[in-house]
Design a protein around this ligand. Structure first.
Ligand SMILES: CC(C)(COP(=O)(O)OP(=O)(O)OC[C@H]1O[C@@H](n2cnc3c(N)ncnc32)[C@H](O)[C@@H]1OP(=O)(O)O)[C@@H](O)C(=O)NCCC(=O)NCCS
Length: 150
């Protein structure tokens, strides 16, 4: 498994994986096109094993604070450290982009993601009540410092 830049040709696979992993919140192909068109402000990486995509993740570089736009690992590839590698890469890219902090939002019922973020030093800063609809699920807003950031 190795990390590479996301490519336009990845979009159909990404949209299919997103539909499986995020259901109501999945990004469609047009959304992915828009995200990749937003580079270099948007910054996306793919974890691939040859032709097979095992995971993907991306950032928005927003000056002092960068935001995690998405992070996902293919259903058959969970619990092998792919998520760890992707998040380590996002933190490195955010730092190279000049951010002093990295922020994200996660569903309060997403245990695997919450544990991944806690392992990487993210701390809860606020809760957006009933942010995810349908389902009335809260969003946990998390943040970690990068380098000497505040
Ligand atoms: C959240 C997500 C990205 C984590 O990806 P992942 O590749 O499974 O993450 P990792 O393998 O790095 O870590 C997950 C767990 O596997 C464990 N693990 C890592 N490598 C392992 C290995 N070789 N053997 C056994 N366990 C391992 C980790 O310790 C961790 O355990 P924990 O959850 O009990 O703390 C993945 O679950 C996912 O894609 N979920 C759906 C999409 C999603 O919710 N994205 C986040 C939106 S905010």
């Amino acid at each position: 498994m190795s990390l590479r830049e996301m490519a336009w040709l990845d979009i159909p696979v990404l949209a299919a994986l997103d539909a499986e992993l995020f259901r109501d919140d999945a990004w469609s192909e047009p959304t992915w096109w828009g995200e990749l068109a937003g580079r270099p402000g948007r910054d996306y990486v793919v974890a691939a094993d040859g032709d097979r995509i095992s995971g993907y993740a991306g950032l928005h570089h927003g000056g002092d604070v960068a935001d995690v736009m998405t992070i996902a690992v293919a259903p058959g590839e969970h619990r092998r450290g792919v998520g760890d590698e992707l998040l380590t890469e996002l933190v490195a890219r955010a730092g190279r982009g000049g951010a002093g902090a990295l922020m994200l939002e996660v569903r309060a019922d997403n245990g695997p993601a919450l544990r991944l973020y806690a392992r990487h030093g993210f701390e809860q800063v606020s809760v957006r009540r009933r942010y995810y609809q349908p389902g009335d699920v809260d969003a946990i807003v998390m943040r970690r410092r990068i380098g000497g950031g505040r």
